[in-house]
Design a protein around this ligand. Structure first.
Ligand code: GDP
Ligand code: IMO
Ligand code: MG
Length: 458
């Protein structure tokens, strides 16, 4: 069977930790979208792993697959594999031949476009990993796929077609001189061919490429358990998120089908667990109606949001929750839990269960609030409006909850849900009732054993 792990907010909900938690009973862990924009944390004892491309099951020695819906930067992939091997792990990662390859020019173009947009404060605040430009080329039918790296003639043809176009965009559209770029080889067909042909050889020598759909379907036919590990989150989904402040793929559960080659029947037959942070964080630009306070400095989006009214509390939660981006180190913007956002996420992915993380981070506050509904143009909304401009205009109707004290979290995790302070349970029960979805797990710390497990989906 399958368990699909979906971020229900703006990313960084703690997906990696839940994949690790349920990973003991899994055989295969597959990423179905995104690329090295992800940063998934797994804490095993004293060891902390920050994974950007290698599926989080690697820490437990599970087979990892990068599905066809992913965009793969082979430089990052091999660096990450080498780094994990240096730390004593033995990751077994397969890559879909249908997955698209992030080439150096994608990163260059990501950087240039963000720079241009920043002149009018319109930048998305991307991770700079070339994600958008790679998915653009996929949709534009000019991408390079992993399978192409294995065939020198095809690789050469693809590069000879596409690189002159990219060069023209850099020079003629943006008026830049390629020689002045940090990485002028990013637009040199011969240099790209040599480097990526070599990656192709390594992928072939190590037997790493697969037809992902067939590989996964046959694992499931053999009775194996498969975790589908989403990256990013629902509100930065290209279809269901706050466009254009989104990533360029589908983190929602539909992406688990298109991004792996497993049918909706197979994915829908399994569980879909929505990962929720007990409050809200955001890196990058875009509205955030429940925002408490922004981040000083040049964090994109901050100026437009204005200073949140409760900067002190935002800073407190950011420090308690160690809310700094895994990939870029950027301080995360902080806000209260946003229920209209979660209702939207639950509908889009059909959550069968929830994992709520960071309940420990909020401990010690006298009271806390939740965005229960929105007001927009005299109407009360239970869920998010479809345009980002309308979303930015929403006023939040807040609900106040009594806070809960610090507890011995290790003890709570081993004793179970009833050992949680009653105020924490009231907060979680509200969340579960509003979304009409049971809570499967509650995170009370970053470690594997710091989770209250109520339901094991495998
Ligand atoms: P992901 O991208 O969804 O996998 O999440 P990240 O790894 O980017 O961010 C989650 C951060 O919170 C990591 O540093 C985790 O170790 C940490 N974390 C996850 N769950 C909990 C929790 O329940 N409590 C605390 N204090 N930290 C947590
Ligand atoms: P994980 O998997 C949080 C955000 C970026 C930016 C927008 C577009 O760790 O939850 P991109 O580089 O994807 O084109 O950037 O999406 N973003 C994330 N935010 N967690 C992530 O991944 C993210 N991946 C991308 O900050 O706002
Ligand atoms: Mg992350």
């Amino acid at each position: 069977m399958t368990v699909t792990i979906v971020g229900s907010q703006l990313g960084d909900e703690g997906k990696g930790g839940i994949v690790d938690l349920y990973g003991d009973a899994a055989d295969v862990v597959v990423r179905y979208q995104g690329g090295d924009n992800a940063g998934h944390t797994v804490v095993e004892g004293d060891e902390e792993y920050k994974l950007s491309l290698v599926p989080s099951g690697a820490v437990r020695g599970k087979v990892g697959v990068l599905g066809n819906g992913c965009v793969v930067n082979p430089r990052t992939l091999f660096d990450e594999l080498d780094a994990l091997r240096d730390r004593g792990l033995d990751p077994d990662v397969r890559v879909a031949r249908r997955a698209h390859v992030i080439l150096p020019y994608h990163r260059v173009l990501d950087g240039i476009e963000e720079e241009v947009k920043s002149e009018t404060d319109d930048e998305v605040g991307t991770t700079g990993r070339g994600i958008g430009p790679t998915y653009e080329d996929k949709a534009g039918r000019r991408g390079v796929r992993v399978g192409d790296l294995l065939d020198p003639e095809v690789l050469r043809d693809r590069l000879e077609y596409v690189v002159p176009q990219k060069r023209a965009i850099v020079e003629d559209v943006y008026g830049l001189d390629v020689a002045d770029l940090d990485d002028p080889d990013a637009l040199d067909v011969d240099a790209l061919y040599e480097e990526f042909r070599e990656f192709g050889r390594r992928l072939a020598d190590e037997g790493m490429t697969v037809n992902a759909g067939e590989f996964l379907a046959s694992a499931i036919d053999d009775g194996q358990n498969v975790i589908l590990e989403g990256a990013q989150g629902t509100i930065i989904d290209i279809d269901h998120g706050n466009y254009p402040f989104v990533t360029s793929s589908n983190p929602t559960a539909g992406g688990a089908c298109t991004g792996t080659g497993l049918s909706p029947g197979v994915v829908g037959d399994g569980e879909v667990v929505g990962i929720v942070k007990a409050y809200l964080t955001r890196v990058g630009s875009g509205p955030m109606p429940t925002e408490l306070g922004g981040v000083e400095g040049d964090t994109p989006g901050y100026e437009e949001q204005g200073e949140g009214e409760n900067e002190e509390l935002a800073t407190y939660i950011r420090e308690e929750g160690d809310e700094y981006g895994t990939v870029t180190g950027r301080p995360r913007r902080v806000g209260w839990l946003d229920m209209p956002m979660l209702r939207h996420a639950a509908r889009a992915s059909g959550f069968t269960g929830l994992a709520v993380n960071h309940v420990d981070t909020l401990a010690g506050l006298d009271e806390l609030q939740v965005g229960h509904t929105y007001e927009l143009d005299g109407e009360t909304l239970e869920t998010m409006p479809a345009t980002t401009e309308q979303w930015a205009d929403c006023e939040v109707n807040l609900r106040t909850f009594d806070g809960w004290p610090e507890q011995d979290w290790a003890a709570v995790a081993s004793e179970g849900y009833d050992a949680l302070h009653e105020n924490a349970r009231a907060y979680l029960d509200y969340l579960s009732d509003e979304l009409d979805t049971p809570i499967y797990a509650v995170g009370v710390g970053p470690g594997r054993s710091q989770t209250i497990v109520r339901e094991r989906p495998f």
